[in-house]
Structure formats: structure tokens, C-alpha cells
Design a protein around this ligand. Structure first.
Ligand code: FUL
Length: 479
């Protein structure tokens, strides 16, 4: 009889959990397969390169003579080797910055590598870099500045044709692109006029020729600017955003919205954090001693990638066409730091349980090293979530956890959670944070513990986690 009663309770509980989950579920926005590949790209390098590299400027005015551009030792292989060593999975280059100079011999401009003396006007930086990326297994993307301070047509409707044509050259001539990068700069051109950009037309071209590319801008549609140039995102970071009423540049969403996204936003537009390894975006000799340290880069990584955003780290090549010594040394050390910090997931293949009002239920899928397998948490009768416990089997020093939601099936749901560790026969809370999303990496003071417990405190609707990793990441100070 007791058994029957118990079973009945269990059935009622399961039914209740399912219904209460469904009842409370806010609209679920899910990323598609293109976004999935983009999220997996996590971290890539940005290369700002062009006439500014030679004039020591950040914004050229478009009158620079083409002969200035002469990277005598251009070595895109070296750029890619350093990107690989740093752990980057791709690169994006300024195919054209605001000065209008094209790093490829565009047929729609007379301000290009073709007019320079470099390789007798026969060179093509975009071609060399895309080939090097292919060779090194890196994804490739382009930044094509809509603002053009050189082109005589800028400020007239015909400039949109010029921009569409140059964009098409890049979309069709250099293999697969994973991202197309548009900033919102919209200043005056040589005729003193600014431009009304035809972005819907440009977006259509990207969709037509590079259907797997994600478009970056203040409002996406693929991914959004994070609202600062420090390479960091808010601790609370939703991948959703409402773009209605906003444009690019001055009409973009305010920084606080870009930083946090919107819990009930209607489209999946995740954040990309941009930052330069030096104070400026372009190479300046005077900044050679101001290259960010591996420790600074590691902090940036945790505050961007570790909060579910992607990181684009700018590393400007020098006038020779090579990555400078200080930048490459720090990048390689940074890559080693990441590899060392996340080597040896202590939760891998360890026993894990869902612990709620009933007996602990052994679960699989969260500690199997496979983000495709997952576990859906059903709410208790009182609406709370059961905890997930991982038993290491013996004592380990731990100070870092990585959590992933299965956003591709269930959307981003977690609003807050806490972490406890089992020390001296009791649970001790070591960390608390807000959203998880595609990933959250959280450091906490080192503890010697035999178990760890994750408790979701608040969520929008039903929560599906895909992986929990635990580390003894002996790098940097836990905050
Ligand atoms: C901005 C530009 O104005 C800067 O020069 C730099 O390229 C930065 C990444 O984007 O919009």
C-alpha cells in the first residue's frame, strides 16, 4: 500500500513539474545551427592593418598616398601561427577601414593595394590571409567599413552600389566567411556629406553569398556589439535582444542594453566583446611597451567568453607586416594559461545526481564531456529546482566551475544560481551568480572538497543543462 502511495505521489509530482514548467515558460528563443557554430568559435583575433599602420594614425582621412602601404615582410602565416598558439579559432581583418584603402585590388576603387608599390601592385592581403587561415584551420571574416573617407561617391545614393559591389567581391572571392563585421561609424566623406546606408541590401548579399556567416553590428542581426571596447560583458548576459526602434551607430541601443541583452528579447543576438591588445586599434611604435599582459588577457577572456559572449581580440600587425614580438610573446603565454587552467576537468565521468525532495536520482549527460547530452531539471512542487550534485569520490582542490545550458534545445533560462562545496561534512556556499546561457565560467576561493552542488535559484522557464566542468585552475586571482 505504501509502495502504491509512493508511486502515486511520484506520478503526481512528475505531472506537476511538467505542467508548472510549461505554465511558467516565457517565450523560448533558440539559436539556430549558424549561431551554434558561431558560439563554438568563442575567441578570435582582429587585425587592423592599412595606411594607418604607416601614418601612425587611428583614423586616416582617405588622402593618404597608396605608396605608403608597403609591408615588405608580410607574413600571414605568422599571424595565423600566433592566433593558433593563443587558442583563437578564427581571425577577422579590416579589409577596408574608414580611410577607404582596400587591402585587395577592388575593381570599384582606385585606392587599393594595386595602386601601392607593394609587390609591384600585384599583392592581395585578403587572399594571403584567407589562404593562411585555410592552411592553419582558422575561420576567416572581414570588416568592411561602411564609412569611406576616400571614395568620391560616398555621400550619394551610388555609394550604396559601390559598397554592395566591394562587399560582393569579398563575399565571393575568398572562400567561406564566418563573420562580416560592420561598425556604426557614419561620418562625412570627401564631399562633406554623410551616407544613408542601405543595410537591408547589404544583409541580403551576405545571406545570398555566405549563408553561414554571422553579421556583427550594434543590432546584429547575427551578433551584437557588447557596448564597450574593453572586451568584457555584464555578469548578467542574455543572448536575446529587441532591435525594434534601434539602428547602428548613434541610433544603436544604449550601452546598458548591449551589455546585458534582454531577458525577454525577441531575437537571438548574442554579444561579441571587442578589445585591442594595445591602447590603439592600429600599430603604433610608441605603444610597444603597452601591450596587455597574459594575466590581463586571461581576465578579459573570463569576463567575455566566460560569460557566454565571444571575444574578438585585436592584434595589429606592424609596418613590416608581422605581429610584433611583445604582442606575440604575450599571446602565446595567454594561450598556455588558458590551456593550463582548463586542463583536467575534475568532474569528468564522475557520479552525478539530481537531488530534490525524493531520493537522489543518478544522472548522466552533465559530466560526460559531451555538450550534446543534457539534463532537464523539473521543478519541485513548491516551484524550486532540485540541485545537481557531483561526487568526485575523493578530495580535490577546486576553484573554478564551468556550466552550460542546452540553449539550442531549450533557450537561455537560468536567472541565478549558487555553488556549494562539501567540506568537513557540510555544504559551504562558495559562489553565486546570475545568467548561464551558452557558458558561464566562475572562479571561487580554493577549497579541498569531495563534492560540488549546483542549485538553480531562479529561471524563466524549464532549465536544461548540458555540461558541468570543475577545475583546479591555478591561474589568476579568484574574484
Ligand atoms: C570602430 C572604429 O571607428 C575604430 O577605428 C575601430 O575600427 C573599432 C573596432 O571600430 O568603429
Amino acid at each position: 500500500m505504501r509502495k502504491v502511495f509512493k508511486s502515486l505521489c511520484l506520478i503526481l509530482y512528475v505531472l506537476h513539474s511538467s505542467f508548472s514548467t510549461i505554465g511558467q515558460t516565457a517565450k523560448v528563443i533558440k539559436p539556430d545551427a549558424i549561431h551554434k557554430a558561431w558560439h563554438e568559435t568563442e575567441f578570435y583575433l582582429f587585425f587592423h592593418f592599412g595606411p594607418n599602420t604607416y601614418t601612425d594614425l587611428e583614423w586616416g582621412d582617405g588622402t593618404e598616398t597608396e605608396t605608403l602601404f608597403n609591408p615588405k615582410k608580410l607574413d600571414c602565416d605568422q599571424w595565423c601561427q600566433i592566433a593558433k598558439a593563443a587558442g583563437a579559432k578564427g581571425v577577422i581583418i579590416t579589409a577596408k577601414h574608414h580611410d577607404g584603402f582596400c587591402l585587395w585590388p577592388s575593381s570599384y576603387s582606385t585606392h587599393t593595394v594595386r595602386e601601392s608599390k607593394w609587390r609591384d601592385g600585384k599583392g592581395d592581403v585578403i587572399k594571403e590571409l584567407s589562404a593562411a587561415c585555410k592552411k592553419h584551420g582558422l575561420k576567416f571574416g572581414v570588416y568592411l567599413s561602411p564609412w569611406d573617407r576616400n571614395h568620391p561617391k560616398y555621400g550619394t545614393p551610388e555609394y550604396n552600389d559601390v559598397y554592395a559591389s566591394t562587399l560582393t567581391e569579398l563575399l565571393t572571392g575568398y572562400g567561406e566567411l564566418f563573420e562580416v563585421w560592420w561598425d556604426g561609424a557614419n561620418g562625412e566623406g570627401p564631399n562633406g556629406k554623410s551616407q544613408v546606408y542601405d543595410f537591408p541590401r547589404f544583409e541580403k548579399l551576405v545571406k545570398q553569398y555566405q549563408p553561414n556567416a554571422v553579421i556583427f553590428s550594434d543590432i546584429g542581426p547575427g551578433c551584437r556589439w557588447a557596448g564597450n571596447e574593453q572586451g568584457t560583458i555584464n555578469e548578467t548576459n542574455w543572448a536575446m535582444l529587441d532591435t525594434a526602434g534601434f539602428g547602428r551607430g548613434v541610433s544603436g541601443p544604449p550601452a546598458n542594453i548591449l551589455q546585458a541583452g534582454q531577458e525577454n528579447g525577441s531575437a537571438w543576438i548574442p554579444a561579441e566583446c571587442d578589445v585591442s591588445i594595445r591602447p590603439g586599434w592600429f600599430y603604433h611604435k610608441a605603444e610597444n611597451e603597452l601591450v596587455k599582459s597574459p594575466e590581463q588577457l586571461f581576465e578579459i577572456y573570463l569576463n567575455s567568453v566566460g560569460r557566454g559572449a565571444n571575444l574578438i581580440l585585436n592584434v595589429p600587425p606592424n609596418p613590416d607586416g608581422r605581429i610584433d614580438q611583445n604582442d606575440s610573446t604575450n599571446l602565446v603565454k595567454f594561450g598556455e594559461m588558458i590551456a593550463q587552467a582548463f586542463d583536467g576537468n575534475l568532474a569528468l565521468n564522475k557520479r552525478s545526481y539530481c537531488v530534490g525532495q525524493f531520493r537522489p536520482i543518478p544522472i548522466r549527460g552533465l559530466t560526460d564531456g559531451n555538450t550534446e547530452s543534457s539534463y532537464r531539471l523539473l521543478r519541485e512542487i513548491d516551484g524550486s529546482f532540485p540541485s545537481i550534485e557531483i561526487d568526485f569520490g575523493s578530495l580535490f582542490n577546486i576553484n573554478c566551475i564551468k556550466l552550460c545550458e542546452q540553449v539550442f534545445r531549450s533557450g537561455q533560462q537560468v536567472k541565478s544560481f549558487k555553488i556549494d562545496v562539501w567540506v568537513g561534512n557540510e555544504w559551504k556556499e562558495v559562489a553565486r551568480s546570475t545568467t548561464i546561457g551558452v557558458r558561464k565560467i566562475l572562479r571561487f576561493p580554493s577549497s579541498v572538497a569531495s563534492k560540488i552542488r549546483v542549485t538553480i535559484l531562479e529561471a524563466r522557464g524549464g532549465v536544461e543543462l548540458s555540461e558541468i566542468e570543475v577545475y583546479d585552475a591555478r591561474v589568476g586571482d579568484p574574484r
